[in-house]
Design a protein around this ligand. Structure first.
Ligand code: GRF
Length: 207
């Protein structure tokens, strides 16, 4: 796992791995915080490659890893390296996706786990979680809601990969036994329906 910041997704994955039935384990954590900040991309890639190679790593998970990875390193881990991004990609890639979502006035945003490609926040989408925007949201409240979804989505996605159910076909991800939700979610949500007999009357609408 490659991280830079708080490590809350790392904690969520560690919690999932604590269950003996979970099909993956975290064998190493790399944080670029402890590295000398002036080291070049290639030097970091070479060092990370050496380290990961010695640790029986089968999947590299990025979470808030702030370093743009060397293209050769990304290629070496093609379809074996995933990232989580706090928006519904391809919307709002790059920095501050939560503020970008607020500025655009979207009614839903969320998070995406995708295979990593050399371009930033690009690559085949594996799984997404949808989070509603609320009228009084600010960056902090929206980010917290998305983060809660991240902590569910990342362990689920890693489970699917570890079970060997995820593969990339013609640039898109196929998942064996994929269960998708049945219904649309609306925001604003529909008013609760109650019959006039229950004491609620319909609002007359002039068209
Ligand atoms: C998460 O919001 C992740 O989506 C983004 O960076 C943040 C990392 O948070 N790429 P944490 O370090 O896992 O708490």
């Amino acid at each position: 796992m490659l991280i830079s910041g708080r490590g809350s997704n790392l904690r969520a994955l560690l919690a999932a791995c604590a269950d003996a039935a979970y099909p993956a384990e975290i064998v190493s954590v790399v944080s670029d915080r402890v590295e000398a900040p002036h080291r070049g991309r290639q030097a970091f890639a070479a060092q990370a490659e050496l380290f990961l190679g010695s640790q029986r790593v089968q999947l590299v998970c990025l979470a808030g890893f702030m370093r743009v990875l060397d293209a050769a390193f990304v290629e070496m881990w093609r379809d074996r390296m995933v990232n989580i991004h706090p928006s519904l990609l391809p919307a709002f890639p790059g920095l501050h996706p939560q503020s970008q979502a607020l500025a655009a006035g979207v009614r839903f945003t969320g998070c995406t786990v995708h295979f990593v490609r050399p371009e930033v926040d690009a690559g085949p989408i594996i799984a997404q979680a949808v989070v509603p925007a609320h009228p009084d949201d600010d960056e902090a409240s929206l980010s917290a809601r998305i983060l809660g979804a991240e902590h569910r989505l990342y362990p689920l996605t890693v489970r699917l990969i570890a079970e060997g159910r995820v593969r990339v076909v013609a640039g898109k991800v196929e998942i064996d036994g994929w269960r998708a939700p049945k219904r649309a979610i609306l925001n604003p949500s529909e008013p609760r329906r109650k019959s006039p007999a229950n004491g609620w009357s319909r609002t007359p609408v002039g068209l």
